[in-house]
Design a protein around this ligand. Sequence first.
Ligand code: PPS
Length: 283
Amino acid sequence: AKRTYFSYKGIFLPTVSYSEESLRYTENEFQLLDDDVVTTSYPKSGTNWMLEILGLIWHDGDPSWVQSTFMFDRSPWIESESGLKAALNYPPPRFLTTHLPFQLFPKSFLHSKCKIIYIMRNPKDVLVSHYHFAKCCKFYEEPGTMEELMEKFLNGNVVYGSWFDHVKGWMKLKERPNFFLITYEELQKDLRGSVEKICHFLGKELASHQLDAVVKNASFQIMKDNKMSNFSLVINMDHEKGKFMRKGICGDWKNHLTVAQSEHFDHVYQEKMQGVGVTFPWD
Ligand code: PPS
């Protein structure tokens, strides 16, 4: 079996591209700037969709930037070794990305006005997306059966740790003016309205036809064909075994979890999310 993860402060992270040294740097030394826009999420929550949306908004709906620049260069992942390097060489204003739980996020955040967009998704769909991605991504551990992966997921023994802790950690920031919370489900339900909200948060105004262009170019169909975003150029993937742009829908968990598994999931969810004080669209 491949040795895929190492544990850093109790969180599993991929051995490829990640190191204790760069994680320590990101947490303690990395300087966030006031005009940074940081997309944060638990993996498989719609992160890259948000990156596409942001890139399109930034260029008034014109797709040429997102279709000519690799997503890792447009908005580097600050916790990976190469992403950190790219972030440090990025002329501001920067788009940055992270899957880190809040406790490992740069401490400089506390003195910065950088904008944070947290994207969240129904954890059952996150689990299903993780299951399929793990089969083709060499960063991920072999998922085993859905039952096996679900147990690990519910216990936080997966890459980037517990979904519950991730959400609870980031939700502590929800009253801050520089923090914007949105769900994958909201994007699906009303992409245009969501784009308008994101524009408002960024202080960016778009004309109606520019909004239309963002919505069109951020669609699953068009993004699936954008080789700068669809992961087809990512070397650490076995493209024969599966695709990053897999289904792109809400509720696919219904095709994968048995009734008993879903009930067990609900039970753990209710226990762990008690008192969080946020209503989620899937509740
Ligand atoms: S990662 O690897 O953690 O950064 O993955 P992430 O980008 O967070 O999530 C991947 C899922 O998002 C879906 N996706 C989209 N859905 C709808 N529209 C668009 N444009 C879009 N782009 C990506 C992608 O298909 C993954 O979900 P699943 O359920 O596996 O299809």
